[in-house]
Design a protein around this ligand. Sequence first.
Ligand SMILES: [Zn+2]
Ligand SMILES: [Zn+2]
Length: 362
Amino acid sequence: MKAIVLEEPRAGAVAYRTDVEKPRPGRGEVLIRVSAVAICGTDRHIYDWDPSMRDLITPPLIPGHEFCGEVAEIGPNCPARIAVGDFVSAEMHVVCGVCKQCQTGQGHVCANTLIYGIQRPGAFAEFVKVPATNIIPLDRDRIPVRIAAFLDALGNAVHTAFKVDFAGRHVAITGFGPIGAMAAAIAHHCGAGRITITDVGAFALEQAREWAHEMARGTRNSGIPIDVLDTGSDQREESIWHILQQGGADVVWEMSGAPGAINDALRMTTAGGHIVLLGLPRNREITLDYYKSDLIFRGLTLHGIIGRKMYDTWYRMLALLGAGLSVDHVVGLEIPLSEFSRGMETFRAGRCMKVVLYPDKE
Ligand SMILES: [Zn+2]
Ligand SMILES: [Zn+2]
């Protein structure tokens, strides 16, 4: 089969191959013919062979964990609800099911998690096999393939957004990458009182302004004020001052993982407010500039977010999409899987939010 393979433990050692052996589903496993698969920030970390990835991955590996497809084959001992031809996605965090976290409904923080596309073969391929327990059936008529390709990432945004009640509240989003952009759409769709988006990159700021403009037009205008602010070095103080003039944010969704943005988040949150942290820093340490005055004395609450709640986040996300939540604005490039390298370069250059790849197109 066709697949993208990380062949060696070094940056850029990724090849498009057509001679990879097709996986065979074992007990309790389902084989899926991949319709579409999306590039995620994690894939970029793998591609760049970042230090954060080196302990987790043993090449050769087929990466890719955001995808949708059709059930092609069903291994023995799978539940009857899954049938060949079903349109599905899958939760690629595979948890142990027997630890304390798993048994108390906290499977998303299971210490024994195996991530398909990182520790097991992933979906940058014609076929991928996953445990039947992790299959998410999708309604073909309600969710287009190009969106179903990155429900994993949308799930991150949904999980982050609903950690703290935000209806009628001032939501600030630090980082308008794909997940930040989807989180903004959730804030808008689900009735935030005010939305502030911050970023330091020209492309992200332009995308955010375009989206805010779109939301202010015609039937989509819900009257929710949306500010897009540059927190790059010369604009930083003014932007934070502006947010504090609005009373500060009740809740900040930190999507960037950038140390500067995390410190900005501490400053822009109103006293007693919440910061929900999803963005992953590139390095191990983070320095908080004013730990005492920004965080302790102002009584902030920090929440770390990983993955999606199994499977509450999935059900909520599918319901929101069914009820008109639109995340079309994050799809930047749609190309055949064979052009993976071009897709990754475009993504790395920051010229595109989501790249969606199609294994069956040439
Ligand atoms: Zn991802
Ligand atoms: Zn577990």
